[in-house]
Design a protein around this ligand. Structure first.
Ligand code: UD1
Ligand code: UDP
Length: 370
């Protein structure tokens, strides 16, 4: 049997690769080996548990406050042996994390072909998002299969000289994951219920390029929104990166209508998105999920590699800019027309069958090789 090594390190990689692992295992044509680098520890385990996945290999690499270089060095130290031990015929990576980049390059060094899930996202600015824009470009250089979520992503790859025959437009596997989990969601747990008469605003934030001044502006904007809209109830599952946790606790820790909580599991996060009046976030995954759920999302970034969400009308770029965030939030609270225009359920990122298409292509090509 051909052996497919799937490598995941962080929360979003696990969410977006879970449908691929399950689909490949359901078909039983190839052997799937799941390797957790554990670039994230708690947040990765939270996802693996929800999707009932147990890693076959766990490199357990996370250290608190890890630097990009240290993490990368540890990955390059451990990954080649893992790839050899798995006797992989193919390595599957997802997105643009340090795990994805180091896994793709390690597989290349081992001369094992690479499949890239969520290929072709670009802002064309190497510092936004940092370092992800460069990570995903590097993965594209070594990948044999490019699974692009949208036609636009395919065009980005063609423009960079990737051969058309190696690009497959599949939709984003996050839609597969979302659709699988939504039926298990039955409202918010009691401890996250907003007080009667208030409107829930869901917040997340963790981008490196916003650390420092940007993060402070975002926090100041949230504090101001809470002050001028007393009926707003902001729920913020705070990313455990110390560069996020520290300013958030310092600037938002004592505001009655801001609820800071630890990262919540995926079904609870979906319940929060469904209950939210709107969302304020810099997350990639949330920009894909919000349109599917018909929730307006204010994106606290200067640019996005997911312009499809902006074009669908659901997402609006407000930057890590205090005034712009407060103004856009005010419009969503006070202007029903603006709200209605944004709160439309559309699904520019696929129909929930991405994993099936990815599995079919990989199986076909690996089995044809004999
Ligand atoms: C990483 C990815 C980013 C992705 C994000 C998803 C890179 C360069 N960045 O950023 O693309 O959007 O994950 O969340 O790959 N920590 C914990 N527990 C956890 C997870 C993180 O304590 O479960 C803390 C640790 O102190 C860790 C730090 O967060 O050192 C940073 O983690 P890291 O993976 O390096 O960066 P992220 O900012 O999470
Ligand atoms: N998410 C979650 N719990 C949380 C916050 C987010 O399950 O407390 C999910 C969210 O639904 C999305 C993914 O995590 O699918 C996004 O992860 P993150 O924002 O960390 O990374 P990005 O998508 O920006 O790379």
């Amino acid at each position: 049997m051909k052996r497919i090594l799937v490598i995941a390190g962080t929360r979003p990689e696990a969410i977006k690769l879970a449908p691929v692992v399950h689909e490949l295992r359901r078909r039983e044509l190839c052997r799937v080996i799941l390797c957790a680098t554990a670039q994230h520890r708690q947040m990765l385990d939270q996802v693996l548990e929800i999707f009932e996945l147990k890693p076959d290999m766990d490199l357990d690499l996370m250290t608190p406050g890890q630097s990009l270089s240290d993490l990368t060095a540890r990955l390059f130290e451990k990954l080649p042996a893992a790839i050899r031990q798995a006797r992989a015929d193919c390595v599957v990576v997802q997105g643009d994390t340090t795990t994805a980049f180091a896994s793709a390059v390690s597989a290349f060094y081992e001369r094992v072909p690479v499949a890239h899930v969520e290929a072709g996202l670009r802002t064309r600015d190497i510092y936004a998002p940092f370092p992800e824009e460069v990570n995903r470009r590097l993965v594209a250089q070594v990948a044999r299969w490019h699974f692009a979520p949208t036609e636009r992503a395919r065009q980005n790859l063609l423009r960079e000289g990737i051969a058309a025959r190696n690009i497959y437009v599949t939709g984003n596997t996050v839609v597969d994951a979302l659709l699988a989990v939504v039926p298990t969601v039955h409202g918010l747990p009691d401890h996250l219920q907003p007080p009667p008469g208030s409107r829930l605003v869901l917040v997340t934030g963790h981008r490196r390029e916003s650390f420092g001044a940007g993060m402070r502006q975002i926090c100041e904007a949230l504090a101001e929104i809470a002050a001028i809209h007393p009926d707003a109830y902001l729920v913020y599952p705070v990313h455990p990166n110390p560069n996020v946790l520290e300013p958030v606790n310092e600037l938002l820790g004592n505001i009655p209508n801001i609820r800071l909580v630890e990262p919540v599991d995926y079904p609870t996060f979906i319940a929060l998105m469904m209950e939210a009046h709107f969302i304020i976030s810099d997350s990639g995954g949330v920009q894909e999920e919000a349109p599917a759920l018909g929730k307006p999302v204010l994106v606290t970034r200067e640019m996005t590699e997911r312009p499809e969400a902006v074009e669908a009308g659901c997402a609006r770029l407000v930057g890590p800019d205090k005034e712009a965030i407060v103004r856009a939030a005010r419009e969503l609270f006070d202007n029903p027309q603006v709200y209605a225009r944004m709160a439309q359920a559309k699904n520019p990122f696929g129909d929930g069958h991405a994993a099936e298409q990815i599995a079919s292509v990989l199986e076909h090509d690996l089995l044809m090789e004999g």
